[in-house]
Design a protein around this ligand. Structure first.
Ligand code: SAH
Length: 229
């Protein structure tokens, strides 16, 4: 590809510079200032954040804000998380190629796409049917064949595909849904915000060791509420 671009610019005598995606420099700046400078060091996470075109995961009228340092509305009262939070949750989950991942709360699909850049398969469940449809169309358009989406209540997890090495919940629940703990593999890692809707919530990491889960508080966050059907 680079070779073709080079030939093309030689052919036109260097008079025309190949057009650069205007969002790639915004994305690079976001990765440097919001991700690396704030302490995210996992190389797989950083390269996934460099790759996923976040501006294609937000509504068309706010694409220019896609790389800003905050969450953004995606319709239906829901939000796409702030880039740093997506990177932080990804790093903490420790994804590697062979791991099987479940995400609860597909939303725009951005977090799932970041995970899918690193792992073999990402299963993701969304409770708002319109968002589930939009996200699965988006995955198809962008070529994410390793993301499997489903409409439904993520409280129950996805038993047919369990156990999962990683479970990431992107809506705040009052406590960890028992089915998710049951579907977590040995040494599996579950990341979930816990707390009251729209209040400051605790981001929790639960790790399963010898069948028991140990939880630890990571940081404070603010997520949209976990709903039930
Ligand atoms: N991960 C998303 C963030 C979306 S916000 C992204 O990267 O864009 C959280 C999402 O969780 C919302 O879309 C909301 O509809 C969904 N949600 C809330 N409760 C849920 C449940 N019980 N099961 C599945 N999805 C749920």
């Amino acid at each position: 590809m680079k070779f073709a671009v080079l030939i093309l610019s030689i052919l036109i005598g260097g008079s025309m510079v190949p057009q650069i995606d205007k969002y790639s420099s915004l994305r690079e700046k976001m990765v440097k200032e919001q991700i690396i400078d704030r302490g995210i060091s996992d190389r797989a996470t950083i390269s996934a954040m460099r790759k996923v075109p976040r501006h294609l995961f937000v509504p068309a009228d706010i694409t220019d804000e896609a790389y800003d340092d905050n969450p953004l509305p995606i319709g239906y009262g829901q939000t796409i998380s702030q880039p740093y939070i997506v990177a932080y949750m990804t790093e903490v989950a420790r994804p590697t190629s062979r791991k099987k991942v479940l995400e609860i709360g597909t939303g725009s699909g951005y977090q799932a796409a970041v995970l899918a850049e690193i792992t073999d398969t990402v299963y993701t469940i969304e409770i708002i049917p319109e968002l589930e449809k939009e996200a699965s169309d988006r995955f198809r358009k962008l070529g994410y064949k390793n993301i499997i989406t489903r409409y439904g209540d993520g409280y129950k997890g996805w038993p047919e595909h369990s156990p999962f090495d990683i479970i990431i919940v992107t809506a705040a629940a009052e406590k960890i849904p028992q089915p998710l703990l049951d579907q977590l593999a040995e040494n599996g890692r579950l990341v979930i915000p816990l707390g009251k809707p729209y209040a400051v919530q605790e981001l929790i990491l639960a790790v399963k060791k010898n069948g028991k889960t140990e939880s630890k508080l990571l940081t404070y966050v603010r997520f949209v509420p976990f709903k039930r059907l």
